[in-house]
Write a protein that binds this ligand. Structure first.
Ligand SMILES: [Zn+2]
Ligand SMILES: [Zn+2]
Length: 1019
């Protein structure tokens, strides 16, 4: 009940949590089209009801309740010297607003390793949010499950060049006179000494792990008493529970890190849970009258992953989520900003195609092709190697892995999951992490950001730094209302300027991101402040989306986004990590849950049906819901299962429509827009079992003969063979298409190469098939005029043809071969196709206005590629990780959980033999070839998809409908809403006739506000 009243108070509608965490998501829920439609419509109402909250954040708690927070973003985690960060550099970014080098805390990258170099060391120090909050009179607290002196909490209060200096013993003797250890800094120096609440582990660093014979606990008590504060030191759950109105508390519940939650002593004499520590911390901090800042770290998720202990990691993740839920229950989103994020990812992948509901810690189902069992959760590297290696050694064995299905300890919490590469500690993953925000100014977190931006956005929301942009916005907002009439003419001119993509993208893609850029604290501060101005200037665009362009990168998961972003930057001569894809600067970002109704990890048919028809369905099905029979001759059931796509909705509204893909035009993703079949394989009649051929048309015929396919204005892709030579019915569907086109228009054209496509100008119906099969990978494409157009060229031509209509258009563009390259472990081809996909998005941005064009970029699913090891900043993303003295073999940064790359990397190139089973990739002379397949430890003919969430990016009208965590089927409904077409058209329309001009007025008002802000900035 507490939750409901809290939510009612905040968002108005009780819908937000009530509907999105429904009781009916039970085993008995029938996931047919009615369910997916009503789920999506409920969510749309919630999204439209979200309002920007520009109250000052009185309390700030950076902490799966959080998946329903009002805003979601993505965070780039690299440090100034590594592609894959450690926790010290990332915590300094999050808490001090400055990226720095691996291992450093509270100093920027200019810090000397020798702290006796006083002048340079002092100059490198940076303040943390803790200092800003204390200066503003806020109470402050730290909660962690690690040692309180460990990297993440220490970044809030310590300034050291080495995270290891937790006690004096750990500092080299020659430096001890120049710098205090982390524990001493906590007790003796601001801001640590002024903390009101400190809960965690690590007692040893304060007493017995010291060589200076100091007892820092006694020191802490003396200092607290001297300040005449009500203080208390506690060591177990019972003592903590007794705390009521103390103003200074120190709780250290373990000599070292606190226990993993599954192994925790839950008695009163034992350790409190992270949720219990959070609850107590909030109740103590709430006693102040100027608000509070609390940092809560779920620190042992990381430790479990490092040991490949997936069960412990997931259990600690759940207890972390309980802490967030506790904070939500105890606070109001009117005055409390809650931010949930990660410092970095790990190399764990969700792989194979496990069934819906399959034990997430369990095994994938063996198919008849599999000679051995595999797990759903595996790591790219780690000590699990030894467990899974036959004989448990690094050097020997035939097929090197033990059969996990034969392991009797699979349910134990210390059962280590599969890892193909031996390391004592599994490395982090390098892809972006998510950020979730709720409460005041949470709208500052719905884009793709550098990690150091977080501290600045929090400072902005809490208005805890003078002359901050958020403070300015609040004050100026009131004055602006009075000036609205006088400035009316200027407003209109300003709208064009502001909402054109040039400004948003122009500012955020600065020229100074070059190799010579000095990444010190000034740079990170000014980058973040520029970005904050942009974020505050973002306003909801509630124009109708006249034009809609949906970009689907097939297999374009978050690790592929991160890796291709780095690759793009490196091709331009930069380090790469700091660059952005054009769509990463879209006004809104969300996360998409991709599972199908029958699989944890989806295929492209089920996911394309979700994205384009608004209904999740079974693997392999197109344009029908899960109730479709496999036999289409069951007419009644088959007809009842059919669902309409956005294409139909758009055509009914009189919009022009187009499809662009680099695959066969009859392949799963494009076919989901126009075909209705129970089996995606039925691309030509030959592929349909004979007994079914009289009951259903093949996909190519549906495209040519049936609505909405036959009414498409633009069709560009590959797959010509399905239309003539790959058929057994002797039909020539190209001739059929031409005849039909001639019957409705005299301006139609069939084209087969780039030159012919380039000549198109004002045709109203065009069919371009540029390859017999899939079009070429971009790196292998014939780029002459007699060859194939690029995806950007096809997109440009499609838009120019579709723009000739007067009722707007719908265009779907698929970068379809990113997926195919990944399936073959061909990372270079995949990243190159990802970049050409991104160029197509940039082309669409340049040719349209965000005033009337909604552009959505997403992926249908991810892949098992991980960015692993700790490669240096600017290291070739397709290259090798640096060998450390411990490594006896080289490793790649990009590896897969499975795939045919196995054979390439297996000694002897076989599945069954060899000692240490992998070849040394540094000795392979074809490493730069397009056909070089990257490492994979498990042999499968096709590398499988990954099962984690994918990102979605949106720009233009109603793009604010895409800044949460959504089911994939929601996408079609949000587009229907934005374009006011199809089943959810009414949800984005003005509510009454008299307010039909309101959309424009509020739009002007928003522009005025920003206009005035810019004026104020100038003067
Ligand atoms: Zn770690
Ligand atoms: Zn695929």
């Amino acid at each position: 009940m507490k939750i409901l009243s809290f939510i009612l108070f905040l968002f108005g509608p009780a819908l937000v949590f009530g509907v999105a965490l429904p009781d009916d998501r039970s085993a008995t829920r029938v996931e047919d089209k009615r369910t997916w439609y009503s789920d999506a419509k409920n969510r749309l109402q919630q999204e439209n009801a979200k309002k920007e909250n520009t109250n000052r954040a009185k309390n700030i708690i950076p902490a799966t309740s959080f998946e329903l927070f009002s805003n979601v973003g993505l965070i780039k985690t690299y440090s100034t010297d590594k592609q894959v960060t450690d926790s010290a550099a990332s915590a300094t970014a999050i808490l001090c607003g400055v990226k720095t080098k691996q291992g450093m805390l509270g100093v920027d990258q200019s810090a000397p390793e020798n702290p006796c170099d006083k002048k340079r060391f002092e100059a490198a120090k940076v303040e943390s949010i803790l200092t800003w909050a204390q200066k503003a009179g806020m109470r402050t607290g730290l909660v962690t499950t690690t040692r309180i002196t460990h990297a993440t909490p220490a970044a809030a209060y310590a300034k050291v060049p080495k995270r290891g200096w937790e006690s004096d013993t750990r500092i080299p003797e020659k430096y001890r006179s120049c710098v205090k250890d982390i524990a001493r800094q906590l007790v003796e120096d601001a801001p640590g000494k002024d903390l009101n609440v400190i809960f965690g582990g690590g007692l040893c660093q304060f007493v017995s792990c010291r060589s200076d014979t100091q007892n820092l606990i006694s020191n802490w008590k003396q200092r607290a008493n001297a300040e005449k504060k009500k203080s208390m030191f506690v060591m177990d759950k019972m003592q903590m529970d007794r705390l009521t109105n103390e103003t200074k508390v120190l709780g250290l519940f373990d000599s070292n890190h606190m226990s993993f939650d599954l192994e925790r002593d839950k008695t009163v004499a034992g350790q409190p849970s992270i949720a219990e520590m959070t609850a107590k911390a909030i109740s103590l901090l709430q006693n102040g009258d100027k608000g509070f800042f609390l940092m809560v770290e779920g620190g042992r998720i990381d430790h479990a992953h490092h040991l490949n202990l997936a069960k412990l990691a997931l259990a600690d993740a759940i207890s972390f989520e309980e802490a967030v839920q506790t904070a939500l229950n105890m606070t109001s989103s009117n005055d409390t900003l809650i931010v949930v994020t990660a410092d970095h990812s790990h190399t764990m992948t969700i792989n194979g195609y496990p069934d819906r509901g399959n034990d997430i810690l369990g095994l994938n189902k063996k198919t008849h092709n599999d000679a051995y069992a595999t797990e759903t959760l595996t790591y790219a590297n780690g000590p699990g190697f030894l467990k899974h290696r036959k004989n448990g050694t690094i050097e020997e064995g035939e097929y090197p892995w033990n059969d996990p299905s034969a392991m009797t300890d699979r349910n134990d919490s210390r059962y280590s999951h599969f890892a193909p590469i031996y390391k004592a500690h599994e490395s982090h993953g390098g892809e972006d992490v998510a950020i979730f925000a709720n409460g005041p100014f949470s709208h500052l977190f719905n884009g793709v950001y550098e990690q150091n931006y977080i501290a600045h956005a929090i400072s902005c929301a809490g208005q805890i730094v003078e002359n901050d942009q958020c403070w300015r916005l609040t004050v100026l907002g009131e004055r602006t209302t009075r000036l609205i009439v006088n400035l009316k003419m200027k407003i209109l001119r300003f709208i064009l300027f502001l909402f054109g993509p040039a400004l948003v993208l122009g500012v955020a893609l600065p020229d100074d991101r070059s190799a010579t850029r000095v990444e010190d604290k000034r740079t990170w501060y000014s980058d973040a402040k520029i970005r904050l101005q942009q974020e505050n200037a973002k306003k909801e665009n509630t124009n109708r989306a006249k034009n809609i362009i949906v970009f689907i990168g097939d297999g374009f998961g978050i690790s592929t986004i991160t890796a291709s972003r780095i690759y793009k930057g490196q091709l331009a001569g930069n380090k790469g990590e700091e660059s952005y894809h054009s769509f990463e600067l879209f006004s809104n970002v969300g996360l998409i849950k991709t599972y199908s109704t029958d699989k944890q990890v989806t295929d492209s048919a089920a996911s394309a049906t979700a994205i384009l028809c608004g209904v999740k369905t079974k693997q392999g099905m197109l344009g029908v819901d899960q109730s479709a029979p496999e036999n289409p001759c069951y007419k009644t059931r088959f007809e009842a299962a059919k669902v309409e796509s956005i294409l139909t909705w758009a055509q009914k509204a009189g919009m022009r429509t187009g499809l662009v893909t680099t695959t066969r035009i009859t392949h799963a993703t494009p076919a989901a827009t126009y075909a209705k079949v129970p089996d995606r394989g039925w691309e030509s009649d030959t592929r349909i079992p004979k007994k079914y051929r009289s009951c259903v048309k093949d996909i190519a015929r549906q495209l040519v003969e049936d609505a909405p396919g036959k009414d498409l204005n633009v069709i560009f892709g590959g797959g010509l063979c399905q239309f003539d030579e790959c058929r057994s019915d002797k039909q020539n569907l190209i001739s059929n298409w031409k005849q039909r086109a001639n019957a409705v228009t005299d301006k139609s054209m069939f084209v087969m190469d780039k030159m012919q496509m380039d000549r198109l100008t004002n045709e109203t119906k065009v069919l371009g098939l540029f390859d017999s099969n899939h079009m070429s990978f971009d790196l292998e494409r014939d780029k002459t005029v007699a060859g194939q157009p690029s995806i950007a060229e096809m997109t440009a031509k499609a838009i120019s043809l579709l723009q000739n209509g007067d009722k707007g258009f719908f265009l779907m563009v698929e970068g379809g071969r990113i997926d195919h390259a990944h399936h073959l472990n061909l990372a270079k081809l995949a990243l190159a196709d990802a970049i050409s996909f991104e160029e197509a998005v940039q082309t669409a941005l340049n040719m349209t206005s965000s005033n009337d064009t909604l552009i959505v970029v997403t992926a249908d699913h991810s892949h098992t590629m991980t960015i692993n090891g700790y490669p240096d900043r600017g290291n070739d993303i397709l290259g090798l990780n640096k060998k450390t003295h411990k490594d006896s073999y080289a490793t790649e940064t990009l590896t897969y959980a499975n795939g045919p790359g196995f054979l390439k990397h297996r000694k002897n190139g076989t599945i069954e033999e060899g000692e240490y089973p992998w070849n040394d990739p540094s000795a392979m002379t074809d490493r730069n070839d397009n056909s070089y397949s990257h490492f994979a430890p498990i042999n499968t003919a096709y590398e499988s998809h990954g099962g984690e969430d994918v990102a979605i990016f949106a720009n233009g009208p109603f793009s604010h409908l895409f800044n949460g965590v959504y089911e994939q089927s929601y996408i079609a409904h949000a587009i229907s809403c934005a374009g006011q077409i199809g089943p959810s058209a009414d949800l984005c329309q003005p509510s009454s006739p008299s307010s039909s001009h309101f959309g424009f007025k509020s739009f002007s008002f928003a522009s005025l506000l920003i206009f005035y802000l810019v004026l104020a900035t100038l003067f």
